[in-house]
Design a protein around this ligand. Sequence first.
Ligand SMILES: Cc1ncc(COP(=O)(O)OP(=O)(O)O)c(N)n1
Ligand SMILES: Cc1ncsc1CCOP(=O)(O)O
Ligand SMILES: [Mg+2]
Length: 208
Amino acid sequence: MPSLGRLHLITDTRPGRQPLTVLRAALPVARAELVVQVRVADDATDREAYELARRVLALCRPYGATCLVNDRLHVALAVGAAGGHVGAEDLPVRAARRVLGSAAVLGATAREPGAAAAAVTAGASYLGVGPCHPTSTKPGLPTPIGAAGVRAVAEAVAVPVIAIGGVTAATVPALRAAGAYGVAVVGAVSGAADPGRATAELLGALTC
Ligand SMILES: Cc1ncc(COP(=O)(O)OP(=O)(O)O)c(N)n1
Ligand SMILES: Cc1ncsc1CCOP(=O)(O)O
Ligand SMILES: [Mg+2]
């Protein structure tokens, strides 16, 4: 399995957002360090998810960036994405691993060490850990775990920990110090006035 990129950009498909425009700005900056997770609204059709994933994958390829699909593993397989990401309301990790195969990248959401270790045993190749900080991007999330929560998970597993939730370039150093391998963001890039510059700032904080 190739090494995992450290900056995970999750597509922002909320009304008025332009995920492909944002991606076109981020790709030349982060290149193979970028993992793009195609995430659509729960009420989006499979056809919409498929079309977005197909376009994201085509944009990623020339840069060596990785494309993953959130939740909908059949879409990941259909477009030939590198893998997928699952959480508590999705297929269980072991089932997701069976669907995707042994070579795929498979991310799982975890916020505490016990669940994190179980997800790795079941076949997760990285963990999305959070929310680390308050965020308005996804409603209904539990209390943020902060850098200390990331540290607890990172100390319990040997796979890359990707910190998520309200992450900005300013919060990356503390997350890295806590053991995060990388970060996943929506708003820090999608909501930035200059998504290319925001990507460079995140990358700088991740690789210094
Ligand atoms: C890298 C990463 N970490 C966590 C999540 C959240 O996944 P999940 O808990 O399944 O919630 P949804 O994103 O499906 O709403 C993620 N997508 N990526
Ligand atoms: C999908 C998801 N899961 C936990 S936080 C989150 C959203 C992260 O978005 P942002 O980077 O804008 O806080
Ligand atoms: Mg999910």
